[in-house]
Design a protein around this ligand. Sequence first.
Ligand SMILES: C[S@@+](CC[C@H](N)C(=O)[O-])C[C@H]1O[C@@H](n2cnc3c(N)ncnc32)[C@H](O)[C@@H]1O
Length: 225
Amino acid sequence: MEPAVWDGKYAGEDFAYGKEPNEFVRQCVEQYLKEPCHVVELASGEGRNVAYLAGVGHRVTAVDFSPVGLEKTSALTRALHGEEALKRVEGVQADIMSWRPTTPADIMSWRPHDAVDAVVLSFCHVPARERRGFVEGLVEMLHPGGLVICEVFHPDQVAKGYRQTSGGPTDPTMMVTLQEMRELLGSSRGTEIRAEEVEYVLKEGKLHDGLGAVTRYLWRKGASA
Ligand SMILES: C[S@@+](CC[C@H](N)C(=O)[O-])C[C@H]1O[C@@H](n2cnc3c(N)ncnc32)[C@H](O)[C@@H]1O
């Protein structure tokens, strides 16, 4: 979908996926990001996860191609957690398929705090043919020990007819199984911390409202990845 379609979904005062963070993201952050970190959320939407992350003290880079989503991210962070939290948020209007943070390779502009401690993917759905390259980009942006925190729809979301209420892409090939997550990241280059296919009742704003099927994956990059 084009950015203008997302701008349309995000028009108005409501928050399409609510103002609270995704529950799996919140659990992972509480348990594994105890010190202030630099977190990147790719496809950050209206910023429910970003606001939460900044509110608990992390520096957050929010990347999305919807300008309306990014404006609402700033407004939500300010409203829930104030100006100091908002200073920790950098909104980047960009295509997640090609965007990269500044890295040590860009030696002239690199600053130590540009290292990424965690990448959040919360209902970030990428075409199947581009998924491997996209995931390689994530692995590159993390320093060793960094985390991928991912909750995305499972193909059962379409097969079982759940998307009528709890949403997601129409095309099931945009969705990801646990087996595929394992093939893309897996245990050879890092450590799986949580890996689940789950069905649960989503209560995340008007677009995620009802029983859904998701794949959850929490992975830590190893020293030699
Ligand atoms: C289902 S929403 C998820 C929003 C947010 N992560 C959440 O959980 O509330 C998907 C988001 O992906 C963004 N998006 C989709 N494709 C993108 C791309 N190629 N580059 C940047 N953003 C993209 C859309 O603008 C939209 O905000």
